[in-house]
Design a protein around this ligand. Structure first.
Ligand SMILES: Nc1ncnc2c1ncn2[C@@H]1O[C@H](COP(=O)(O)OP(=O)(O)O)[C@@H](O)[C@H]1O
Ligand SMILES: [Mg+2]
Length: 347
């Protein structure tokens, strides 16, 4: 692990200093929303002045659940009527494929990064080209060309600051979506760094696996680097643990306990989301079909875990007050939470 500190503490909500007027507007939007939480039909269209939450999802290791989590968080939020966009910034095109969009077939994040296209001109929405995307989820797809981003930018101009190339495109999407998820590659290349520079929030993805935990620490070092060098507003929103097995090895239990204990906000509360995501073959089955679990296995416990995660995200962002989230949670009963608690108890 690159950093030898024994614990991390993140300050949060630093940037959310609402004026009274803003706070009142929020309350109005919230009360307007409550009657309609399950519907979504046209609901998001009613909210003209959407606050767009830009969330990068990362870990410096591959195969730790970044893409699966980004896609399912968006689908879970989309199910409740929030309008979401996923920007696939990984040349391996995990999110693009997971959503059933053929690889290397569309203009997408590469063209946006090198300034050749505006994001809204390359967004894929449900029904485009006969593609079926989850409800309220749009995609800016990735392509293999992303590996040439740096070179292409150099050829265009010596004066382009590579790490800033996502800032203007994301600004142009402000108000158009409730959530924009930036699915990053497992290395600190130009698209990844641009995501760290432009995002407001960061969700760390990990599995109870030693490499994934090392990748978590590496990502934290880069987040702090970004905070100190140009994106002081970047904050950790939380850590998702996924691929959590019902029957765990001792090592897995220790790693879960380690994440719970080590990654904390500066008020002492755990950065790890309470809703952990279980390990299940249904993820792979859905991936093969190019669909999310909400379409292939809507009754599966993983869908409920992702719904619960979506509620936690909205609570942490202040979109939904904690009291309401707690009520919904009491009704939910996810075994992800129980597993995490049990692991902490063991560890
Ligand atoms: N909850 C889960 N249960 C079982 N397998 C999972 C789960 N989440 C992800 N996977 C599998 O793990 C692999 C890596 O996931 P992915 O989301 O692509 O990671 P990353 O984006 O970090 O590379 C994929 O093969 C995926 O099917
Ligand atoms: Mg991925």
């Amino acid at each position: 692990m690159r950093d030898s500190r024994s614990s991390w503490s993140f300050s949060r909500y630093r940037g959310i200093a609402l004026s009274r007027e803003q706070a009142e507007n929020r309350a109005e939007i919230f009360f307007g929303r409550t009657g309609n939480m399950d519907g979504g039909d046209g609901r998001s269209e009613q909210i003209r002045d959407r606050k767009t939450h830009i969330i990068a999802v990362g870990n410096q290791k591959g195969g730790v659940g970044k893409t699966t989590n980004a896609v399912h968080m968006a689908a879970a939020l989309g199910e409740t009527g929030r309008k979401c966009l996923i920007i696939d910034l990984d040349m391996n095109q995990g999110a693009t494929r997971h959503l059933g969009v053929p690889s290397n077939s569309f203009l997408g994040s590469y063209e946006v990064l090198i300034g050749e296209e505006q994001p809204l001109d390359v967004v894929i929405t449900n029904g485009d080209e006969d593609l079926e995307l989850p409800k309220n989820v749009d995609l800016i797809p990735a392509s293999r060309k992303l590996e040439n981003t740096e070179q292409a930018l150099h050829q265009k101009s010596k004066f382009i600051v590579e790490q800033n190339v996502l800032i203007q495109p994301l600004r142009s999407l402000e108000g158009k979506y409730d959530y924009i998820f930036l699915d990053t590659a497992p290395n600190a290349n130009v698209p990844t760094i641009a995501a760290y520079k432009a995002a407001r929030w960061f969700i760390l993805a990990a599995m109870p696996d030693p490499l994934a935990i090392t990748g978590l620490n590496d990502a934290l070092v880069d987040i702090q680097d970004a905070q100190q060098n140009g994106n002081p507003k970047l904050e950790i929103l939380g850590v998702i643990l996924s691929g959590v097995d019902g029957r765990r090895t001792r090592l897995a239990s220790q790693l879960i306990a380690y994440v719970d204990r080590t990654f904390r906000f500066d008020d002492g509360s755990p950065a790890k989301f309470e809703s952990s995501i279980s390990r299940s073959v249904v993820v792979h089955e859905a991936q093969k079909e190019g669909k999310t679990l909400f379409e292939t296995h809507p009754q599966h416990k993983l869908c409920e875990q992702y719904r619960e995660l979506a509620r936690e995200i909205e609570t942490r962002l202040g979109v939904v007050p904690a009291a309401q989230a707690k009520r919904t949670k009491a009704a939910a009963n996810t075994d992800g939470e129980e597993m995490a608690e049990e692991a902490v108890g063991n560890g």
